[in-house]
Design a protein around this ligand. Sequence first.
Ligand SMILES: [Zn+2]
Length: 295
Amino acid sequence: MSQLYIKKLTPPSDVAGHKPGLLPDSLLSKVDGGKLHWLCANAWKALKAQAKADGIELKPTSAGDLYRTYDSQLRVFLERYQKEPKEGASTRTFQGVKWYKKSEKLASLAAPGTSQHNSGLAVDVHTASGERLKWMIANCDDYGFSWEVVPEEPWHIRYTKGDDVPEAVKAWMAANPSEVCAPGQQSAPAPQSSPQATPEPQPAPIVATAPVAVQANGPVMRGKANAASNPVLRLGSEGSAVKTLQQLLVKAGVQCLTDGKFGPKTEQAVKNFQSKVGIEQTGVVNNKTWMKINP
Ligand SMILES: [Zn+2]
């Protein structure tokens, strides 16, 4: 098989001045349940379309493996790396000090702010092996993508071409004007550019009925969502408030266990819900998310 390759990355000019992981929404386009820098989003859509035409399905490993906010990168980093020295462990430098990977079974992760995921320019491709990887090696370069860490991370590709849109991407854009992403647009297609385009789903109302007391004496759902009655829930939270949240997610049509434990699956369900109602996919249930889930 031919080899994975690394091409020099030129960042898009409009990311200059923005901290990695803190890109404004105006530069991010919704794609595959997550977000990418709009230039990368077009290249990724074009690459996927060509793959599909060739009988290969390309999708990200998860919505979180597209653009990652600084906070989400930090959270995962702290799960996998520790400051306490560990013999033989692989290391990363973060905040000026060396961090040690807690277990070699864990996948490596770039320090927060240093990953191309934080610039919306990287995609982790689901099952990048076999025929799919062979296809990627043959085609990624035409669409401005290449690998970043070889050969350890065949799934991780990043968009290298900056403002210089590759010919193959231009051809896709010309053929699919209603799907083209643009800055400030949030998600393609733009309603005015294509009369047959489906309008973007409206965020409300997800829960049409009055708030329900799912748990008679639970700490939440005593009435309308407000900061006082609704605790911030995140990965690791437990208890009746989590269970209530999970039940409301199910009610809103998002697949979720209702076990009262806020694990990675619940976090993904929250992100899916946040994506559905058009708010930032933090995976953290703060007041803004409560207001959407229990308006
Ligand atoms: Zn990656």
